[in-house]
Design a protein around this ligand. Structure first.
Ligand SMILES: O=C1O[C@H](COP(=O)(O)O)[C@@H](O)[C@H](O)[C@H]1O
Length: 259
């Protein structure tokens, strides 16, 4: 990991800064494969929450291309999503579709373990609330079956204004304490209707890995790492039970050195 700077800020979160995006995704892909293989060696399976977004999808493509993936038994990984866009399944905006193209189509995954959020042309038609409720039910069943933390690793991208999954600043979703999964409407970033895990559900992950690149993210990264209010900066509320790791490139880390 040439040129990687590691900074500890209090106990958590831990921030890893890379010179650029390609070095970041190469390193995080290797780390993810190693962690998943270790979890499988320890308990037989692993659960990973996937993210959309440019860096998140680049990470999945790197995982497919790199050599580290051979250490993992992909048929024993449960895949979930932090959020998806409530559009038709064939819409290129779908996070699930992008994840299939970048990773899942290329690996011997068990389709029964790939837990996609319902699209707008799915089982419930155009009813995002029913789609969110169905995903919540699935998580409840999964949680009952596994016990302990819901997810081993939750990958999250970060928006310029600090959103994670589809939990946007000062939105109804950021105030949600009871529901595990919600329908999100009127998103400031298109498409406007989405399904998202809530922050309390994200916090049921053993490890939360936030990955982001570019100068446009610098302010959000600095504020979240320094403990901003999650209502105005949801990324600040994305924490893991065991650890919270931030993987950022030098541009996105710029604001950290100013604090
Ligand atoms: O809309 C979304 O955006 C974020 C971040 O995307 P990026 O392209 O700025 O990295 C992503 O994490 C989220 O899953 C997605 O639905």
């Amino acid at each position: 990991m040439t040129g990687v700077v590691e900074r500890r800020i209090g106990y958590v979160p831990k921030v890893f800064v890379y010179p650029d995006g390609p070095q970041l995704v190469a390193s995080v892909a290797g780390r993810l494969a190693t962690r998943v293989a270790a979890l499988q060696a320890e308990k037989g399976t692993a659960s990973v929450v996937l993210t959309g977004g440019r860096t998140g999808i680049a990470l999945l493509a790197e995982l497919t291309a790199g050599s580290g993936h051979s250490a993992v038994d992909w048929s024993r990984v449960d895949f979930f999503w932090g959020d998806d866009r409530f559009v038709s399944s064939d819409n290129p905006d779908r996070n699930a579709r992008q994840a299939y193209e970048a990773l899942l189509d290329h690996l011997p995954v068990d389709p029964r373990r790939v837990h996609v959020m319902e699209p707008a042309n799915g089982r419930f038609g155009y009813d995002p609330d029913a789609a969110a409720a169905a995903y919540e039910e699935l998580l409840v069943r999964y949680g009952d079956a596994t016990g302990g933390p819901l997810f081993d690793i939750c990958l999250l991208g970060v928006g310029e204004e600090g959103h994670v999954a589809s939990v946007f600043p000062d939105s109804p979703a950021v105030h949600e304490e009871r529901r595990m999964v919600v329908a999100v409407r009127d998103c400031p970033k298109p498409p406007p209707t989405r399904i998202s895990l809530t922050l309390p559900t994200i916090r049921r992950s053993d490890q939360v890995w936030l990955i982001t690149t570019g100068a446009a993210k610098a302010e959000a990264v600095a504020a979240a790492v320094c403990g901003a209010d999650q209502r105005s900066l949801p990324a600040a509320g994305a924490r893991g039970l065991d650890c919270t790791l931030w993987f950022v490139d030098a541009e996105a880390a710029r604001g950290l050195s100013r604090r």
